[in-house]
Design a binder for this molecule. Sequence first.
Ligand code: GLP
Length: 242
Amino acid sequence: MEVVIVQDAGAGGELVAQGIADLLRRKPDALLGVATGSTPLPVYEALAERVRAGTADVSRARIAQLDEYVGLPAGHPESYRSVVLREVVEPLGLSPESFIGPDGSAEDVRAACAAYEAALAAAGGVDLQLLGIGTDGHIGFNEPCSSLASRTRIKTLTERTRADNSRFFDGDIEQVPQHVITQGIGTILEAGHLVLLATGEGKAEAVAATVEGPLAAVCPASALQLHPHATVVVDEAAASKL
Ligand code: GLP
C-alpha cells in the first residue's frame, strides 16, 4: 500500500485528479468508481478544472457508483444517484448514460444488488475506485464487521454513520435511511486501482487502523492491505495518528 501525505484537502484533490487524468490518457473509456461525501469534492472540482483548461479529456470516461440509500424516492436530492449526477457527471459534461449505479428505489432490493454486480462485470470492471472513509473505518457503506469477501448487498447503517450523514438531511437523523445498497468489500477489491482519500483529524484514527492496524473486518478499510495497487492519500491532519 502506498501512503501519500499531502498538505491539505486541496492538494489531495489535485493529486488524485491528476491520477485520473493520467489514467484517462492511457485508457480514455476507463470506468471510474466514484464515492460520495464531502472528501472527494476537491477531486471532482480539480478534474472539472482540468477539463475546462483542456488538460484532461473525460469525454469517453464512464462512471460507476459505490453505494446508495434504500427507499429514497427517485430524484431525492440526497440519493447518491442525484449526488453523483450533480457533483460528478454534470460538471464533467458527461451524459447520464455514461453512469451506472444500484437502484435504491427498486421493489426487489436483492435483485437490484445482483443486477448491479452484473452491470459492473458487463462494463468490464472498475479501473480506478475512489474511496472515502467513515469515522468508523467503513468504505462504501460496508460497516465494521462486514465480510471482507462481501458482494453488493443490502446493509443496515449504524447509528454513528446515520449521525455522521445527518448533516445532508437537515441535521435530522430520522430522515437518514436505515438501509443502503453497497458494493461489497470483495467487489471493491476487484477494481484495478484503489485510491482512498481522507482529510481532517476526524479520520486520523480510521486511517491509522487502515494503514497500520491488523487486517480485520472491524475496520473494513483495512481490506486495502489485500490489494496489489492501493493508494492512500491523506492530509497532515488525517495522517496525525500514523
Ligand atoms: C458515506 C459514504 C462513504 C464515504 C463516507 C465519508 O458514508 N457512503 O462512501 O466515504 O460517507 O464521507 P465524508 O467524506 O463526507 O466524510
